[in-house]
Design a binder for this molecule. Sequence first.
Ligand SMILES: NC(=O)c1ccc[n+]([C@@H]2O[C@H](COP(=O)([O-])OP(=O)(O)OC[C@H]3O[C@@H](n4cnc5c(N)ncnc54)[C@H](O)[C@@H]3O)[C@@H](O)[C@H]2O)c1
Length: 341
Amino acid sequence: MTKKLIIVTGGLGFIGSNLIELLLKRNYYVVNIDKVSYSSNFYNTKEFKDNKRYKFIKCDINSKKVESIFNKHKPIGIFNLAAETHVDRSIDGPKIFITSNILGVFNILEIFKKYYKKNLRSKLIHISTDEVYGDILTGRSDENYSYRPSSPYAASKASSDHLVSSYVRTYGIPAIITNCSNNYGPKQHPEKLIPKLIHNIISNKKLPIYGKGTNSREWIYVKDHCEALIKIFEKGKIGNFYNIGSNKNKTNLEICKGLINIGKKNIKIGTNVKIEFVKDRPGHDIRYALNSKKIIKELNWKPKKSFSQGMEATFNWYLNNLNYYTSLNTKNATKRVGLKK
Ligand SMILES: NC(=O)c1ccc[n+]([C@@H]2O[C@H](COP(=O)([O-])OP(=O)(O)OC[C@H]3O[C@@H](n4cnc5c(N)ncnc54)[C@H](O)[C@@H]3O)[C@@H](O)[C@H]2O)c1
């Protein structure tokens, strides 16, 4: 019997490390390939780094080495999460988003195109985002909604989704594309809204909110996303797109006020902890909202964590893991970037 081995790319990051934890619990073997960029963190893999079914290999997804890793480890699944992920950084320096998110995926596709022919049970799961649909001012975007990305980050993800989908159609590769909404939970880099606000609440600092705080996002607990990914790998239809969302939207202001309230229950809040409205992000999308009925109906998946439980668990994880903030690969991790030059 083939060993149930999965390759996760970008597994030192937020979602990748949560996904690996779940895959190991489900008795998969996992090889994590990550280039160890600023957003990676070995803190994220410390609980399972000595697990005999886990292996880490430092490697860029653009490298030729990816081919020998596939051939040596013979994965039955590849979950591609490796990417540049911060919209603000994509405004200051879009080039690396093109290199990792588009050319990196192209390299994986070229290698997988040869690999799957010798390993017919293998599948590629390409992890993408709801941001590819652009602003959704009313209603919710389903899988047939057209792509209208607004930021260089979203455009690079959209481009890679199109590439994967074209390889399914043209070369018949067994791949599936997933579009998930905003994740929150343990192990997220504090350049992102929720861990940044928690950091500032704990360290008695102002809470910066872009614009008027009215931008709305659909928030999903990271473990719910990871469960959906495994379900899609095990039961999803090749060549399909699957939206993954919670159907729960919150404005940034609601998120911030909610976290202040959780903070008040758990710690003594300092006097500097106040909302501060700051200059908005250029091109900031007003709202993303997914219609996730397809995965709910076809794959019998639904998110388990309620928003209030998830936020409480998230706040407490950062509070109990203060070393996480000091173990980051980035200096000034919460510094503002992305204000068009
Ligand atoms: N965070 C979200 O809310 C969200 C929502 C939907 C989809 N996604 C997608 O999920 C994936 C993971 O997101 P995340 O939030 O965990 O990101 P993250 O920034 O926390 O982690 C990304 C990881 O990828 C690695 N990486 C980057 N470029 C690489 C390359 N060229 N080769 C190898 N490794 C590389 C980094 O070192 C890092 O460890 C991304 O593809 C992202 O687009 C994220």
